[in-house]
Design a protein. Structure first.
Length: 135
């Protein structure tokens, strides 16, 4: 999901900076593939570029940007937790994800947790897609 969101952020930044005109296609393609799409730029960097552009150009109001930032930050935290944390099987049959994010954390891997992730992804995608369509 974070890869899909990364792609949407890259596309949104590209449309904001280069518009939809075919006149800038080679510049847009270079920017998307060689700069923003490069593995040299982390998810955090792409997120920061995207949200700063939204702020500077006032594409969304501050409350929408704040909500989007919070969602993107949560997704990054969850992604890192699954990538670097440990899933532990508890005695009562459930699973717990243990990870470090500023401090040691634990989260119960239940339906509520995964519904929260799904809802956050959906909200972030909806916002990104809205920005792309509006440019």
């Amino acid at each position: 999901a974070t890869i899909m969101l990364e792609d949407r952020m890259i596309e949104a930044v590209s449309k904001i900076l280069f518009g939809i005109s075919t006149q800038n296609n080679k510049y847009r393609e270079f920017f998307m593939n060689e700069i923003m799409g490069s593995s040299d730029f982390s998810y955090a960097f792409k997120r920061r570029v995207f949200t700063r552009l939204l702020e500077r150009l006032q594409i969304l109001d501050l409350n929408q940007i704040k909500k989007l930032k919070a969602g993107l930050n949560k997704l990054m935290e969850w992604r890192n937790a699954f990538a670097h944390g440990k899933v532990i099987h508890e005695y009562n049959g459930g699973f717990v994800l243990q990870y470090y994010s500023g401090e040691q954390k634990e989260v119960i891997l239940d339906d509520e947790f995964f519904e929260n992730i799904e809802s956050t992804i959906r909200e972030c995608l909806y916002t990104c897609n809205g920005i792309i369509k509006s440019q």
